[in-house]
Design a protein around this ligand. Structure first.
Ligand code: NAD
Ligand code: HSO
Length: 868
């Protein structure tokens, strides 16, 4: 446990005060005094953890993220802000201290979280035990009226008192010249216990970062601890002479600077972190830095620890006085040599990794780290500085994308071009590309979907396909357990489906019924107008075409990150309208219930589905394509899904053994919204977000036509405002990171870009939107015309289908429709008159192809009829 006191320091500029109380390991600044900057914690922390008190004025999500991202350990907030910052924005609760209202218990949500608590009055002992979760959760007590007695009493009870630094002193009780000040040593000592007969505290002495070497074990008394804090040095208690304090190094010169003071979990062991005076060790044996070392006569006292800390210690000595002619000295003096070595070693490390040779990677990494450390020491940076930066970075709550800068990206013609990585810290910001100033390649890159490497996915999917082909139902059960965490007895649920599997509310039934009705109406209208379409192409030649449903269809209803009963309707209704004989659903069971989504089962029941395969991903597609003991082999597989689903669909449609076709590659959802100055920012934002929330690989594009900067800002603000309160904001944040706003001057330009992108959904929130449809739309899965036509209507209830081509396939594919479930068969009936009309033409063409039997098939008939 750390020091049982948190000093409140009025400003980060009070560097002396911070240094004085850094022994506690933590400081608290008021929000108003903090101007966040990249190196804030490094510059102002003096090695202590910095927290910020924002209870006086509430913080918004952006500010909280900014503070946490620069390495602020904890943010003190009012309980009223818990909902927005933690429940809604999803920031990690462990990074907050919640100020609870006087006299009221913290809400159950707060108590279920990992947040620390702050009270302004002591609470009852039983509440303390409950709220602190038996001592696991830090509980702070803040009061401007603390006296030494009340601060000590609070610390003894287990609180961490927060006391203004102006009320504190590092002087010991006996020397405290100002009695109104509270000695921090008194608070620390009050919490200690000991079961030693001499009343002393066993004390562990540790070196500082980066080695944190245990130097030795000594003993402390209350007096020695108070004195150590007062003089800022290592002072301990001599066991032989109780009246004497042991000022470490007083005679030998091996003094210690006190860095940090802590106690262990049951407060009977004290830990001092100290820095030995340069060139000295702790152990009485001359060449030993620490007592836990065999020592040898050549060992230098400073080069402590092993690995990087040892290298750090050695290099700093070499930097100060490297022997002439040593390689390290040469490196320190010859910068171009050092830079060349850094690059050379990095290349060698990369090469070693390509060969997957572990011993060689470790070897080369050690070389590289050596040169990196030389570079850092030359620039005045120690290993402990680097480690501190790593620790600060580990406190970030949002990260940059981590893409390499363009100069470091290997480009090959097969790779889509990328634009500069998005390096904004803003959570819900889309990158803006102004077509007037952006290069053609930047515009093109903004219209490029996140790359999905088919090869990489195929490597994962192929073993699954093979497994299901070889082991059928057994493989399905294993894979469902592996990927969906559900252990099933059997992989298929056959109709009639048990009532208990479709328990849904009346409201839900009504919503499904209305939607099915509309989808059915629209898809029935798509059936061929006549049963048989016949054309007399020339006298006596009757050509006709009629449609027949595909007999067995397998419909995939996604169920990974969201349950999509709407997709069950979109796929099932047209199958029923087309007249498919056997309709099979496949959908992964829910992790939490281990069952199918009841709404999906209800839809299946309403549409007369034959069976439901309780599996997802590529295993479900394989089972439907090839069939298993209990899964019917399907002639066509339809439905959207993630990359594993899409990859498996692509595979089976190319395998003649499967004899199976697919609807289209329908992958991650996407939308392109065209909006002008008249558009309602809230409508536009809601449409963008409704697709961004589908999955992290979803992409949304906004094309702004003739927007003023004010309007653009309104759009951005609306996106941010709506996004931060969405339950799936984590997904939204990730998909917005590869989404763009493109600015153009004219509607024509907007449609040109949109047609190039070929979006799954195109939403037109522009003046007179209907005027542009259909003439301006060349490529799109489905179009939503006008401000009052949100895409959600098409997703669920208007009647159009939501299974649509993504990834630019709208250039050549249509969305799912009734004819997707039909095959069209042609027929002809040729009369004598017909043979007269075309017989000679057929014979002439057959002859030129050298296909005599073809020619003869006409000739024998015409001969018998006497037509030749
Ligand atoms: N284009 C459209 O018309 C349309 C319509 C609706 C949904 N969608 C899209 O469908 C997708 C649904 O994806 P989803 O993931 O939520 O559900 P999903 O049902 O497609 O995939 C979930 C399955 O993936 C498999 N899986 C997960 N991790 C795996 C791994 N590491 N290796 C192998 N298999 C693994 C599991 O079997 C799991 O059951 C989303 O991208 C959404 O945007 C598209
Ligand atoms: N927008 C998705 C098609 O890309 C379909 C869907 C289902 N549920 C909600 N939306």
């Amino acid at each position: 446990m750390t020091f049982p006191l948190l000093p409140l320091i009025s400003s980060p500029t009070e560097t002396e005060t911070i240094a004085k109380y850094a022994v506690t390991g933590k400081v608290l600044f008021p929000l108003g005094s903090v101007t966040p900057s990249k190196h804030f914690v490094h510059e102002y922390g003096k090695g202590a953890a910095i927290s910020v008190d924002a209870t006086a004025s509430s913080v918004n999500v952006d500010k909280a993220v900014e503070l946490l991202n620069i390495g602020i350990k904890q943010l003190f907030i009012d309980e009223a802000d818990f909902e927005l910052l933690i429940s809604v924005a999803g920031l990690p609760s462990s990074r907050f201290v919640i100020k609870c209202s006087d006299g009221a218990s913290p809400s159950p949500k707060v108590l279920e979280s990992k947040a620390s608590l702050l009270f302004s009055e002591p609470i009852s002992d039983s509440d303390f035990i409950q709220f602190s979760a038996g001592g696991n959760r830090p509980v702070y007590l803040q009061s401007s009226e603390f006296t030494e007695a009340s601060a000590v009493a609070a610390a003894k009870k287990g609180y961490i008192p927060i006391i203004n630094a102006s009320q504190l002193t590092t002087e010991s009780v006996s020397c405290n010249s100002n009695e109104s000040l509270i000695p921090i040593s008194a608070v620390f000592i009050a919490t200690l216990t000991t079961d030693r007969p001499d009343g002393l505290y066993t004390t562990l002495i540790n070196g500082p970062a980066p080695a944190y070497t245990a130097l030795g074990v000594v003993y402390s008394s209350k007096e020695s601890i108070a004195e150590s804090i007062a003089v800022g040095e290592g002072v301990y208690q001599s066991r032989k002479r109780r009246e004497e304090l042991w000022y470490k190094g007083k005679t030998s010169g091996a003094t210690q600077k006190l860095i940090r003071l802590e106690r262990d979990c049951d407060s009977d062991l004290v830990k001092f972190t100290v820095e030995q005076k340069d060139g000295t060790g702790f152990c009485h044996l001359e060449n030993n830095h620490t007592c836990f070392f065999d020592g040898d006569l050549t060992e230098s006292k400073e080069a402590t620890g092993s690995g990087l800390p040892k290298l750090d210690g050695t290099l700093i000595k070499r930097f100060e006085s490297a022997p002439e002619g040593s390689y390290t000295k040469r490196l320190f003096n010859d910068e171009s040599l050092l830079v060349a070595k850094l690059k050379e070693e990095l290349d060698e490390l990369i090469e070693a990794g390509k060969d997957k040779n572990q011993a060689e990677v470790a070897w080369e990494a050690a070389d590289l780290l050596y040169f990196v450390m030389v570079w850092c020491i030359k620039n005045g940076v120690r290993l402990s500085d680097i480690e501190r930066n790593l620790d600060i970075k580990s406190l970030k709550v949002t990260r940059r994308k981590g893409d390499a800068k363009t100069a470091y990206v290997e480009t090959s013609s097969s790779q889509p071009k990328t634009v500069e990585p998005i390096v904004t810290e803003d959570l819900y910001r889309m990158k803006i590309i102004d077509s007037k100033t952006a290069s053609a390649s930047e515009i093109e890159a903004s219209l490029t979907r996140p790359v999905q490497s088919t090869n990489d996915i195929m490597k994962l999917v192929l073993p699954i396909i093979k497994k299901v082909q070889a082991n059928g139902d057994k493989a399905l059960l294993e894979l469902t357990e592996k990927f969906d965490g559900v252990k099933l007895e059997a992989p298929v649920l056959n109709a009639p489906f048990p009532e208990e599997y479709m328990q849904i509310s009346e409201d839900m039934k009504e919503a499904i019924d209305i939607s099915i009705q509309n989808i059915e109406k629209f898809h029935t209208a798509q059936l061929p107008q006549e049963k048989v379409m016949t054309v007399e192409t020339c006298p006596g030649v009757y050509c006709s075409r009629f449609a027949k449903p595909i007999e067995n269809v397998g419909l995939y209803v996604p169920g990974g990150t969201a349950v999509l009963p709407s997709t069950a309707m979109m796929l099932g209704v047209p199958a029923k309208v087309a007249g498919c004989k056997n309709i099979v659903f496949a959908s992964p069971p829910s992790r939490s219930t281990g069952r199918l989504t009841p709404e999906v089962v209800y839809v299946a029941h309403k549409l007369g589905v034959k069976s439901i395969l309780m599996a997802g991903g590529s295993q479900a597609i394989t089972a439907m394509a090839y069939g298993t003991e209990s899964v019917l082999k399907c002639d066509k597989i339809l439905g959207p899904g993630n990359q594993f689903v899409t990859a498996a669909k692509m595979y089976v449609q190319n395998d003649t053994e499967a004899l199976c076709s697919i609807d289209m590659p329908a992958g991650p959802s996407e939308v392109l919204v065209v909006a002008d100055e008249e558009a309602d920012a809230d409508f536009v934002a809601s449409d963008l977000l409704s697709q961004a929330e589908h999955g992290v690989d979803s992409q949304v594009i906004l094309i702004g036509v003739g927007l003023t900067p004010k309007k653009l800002a309104e759009f951005e603000e609306a996106v941010k405002r709506q996004a931060c309160v969405l339950p799936r904001r984590e997904i939204v944040h990730k998909s917005l990171a590869h989404s763009y706003i493109l600015l153009v001057d004219t509607y024509e330009e907007a449609f040109e870009l949109s047609n190039k992108y070929a979006p799954e959904h195109l939403i037109l929130q522009i003046t007179d939107a209907q005027k542009y449809v259909p003439d301006y739309v060349e490529n799109a899965g489905s179009v939503f015309v006008g401000a009052l036509s949100p895409e959600s209507c098409g997703d669920y209830s208007s009647g159009t289908n939501h299974t649509l081509p993504t990834y630019g396939y709208a250039r050549q594919y249509s969305g799912v429709n009734t004819s997707t479930y039909l095959k069209f068969i042609t027929a002809q009936n040729v009369s004598e008159e017909g043979l007269k009309s075309i017989g000679k033409a057929v014979m002439t063409l057959a002859a030129v192809e050298g296909l005599e039997a073809h020619r003869n098939a006409v000739q024998v008939r015409m001969d018998k009829l006497g037509l030749l």
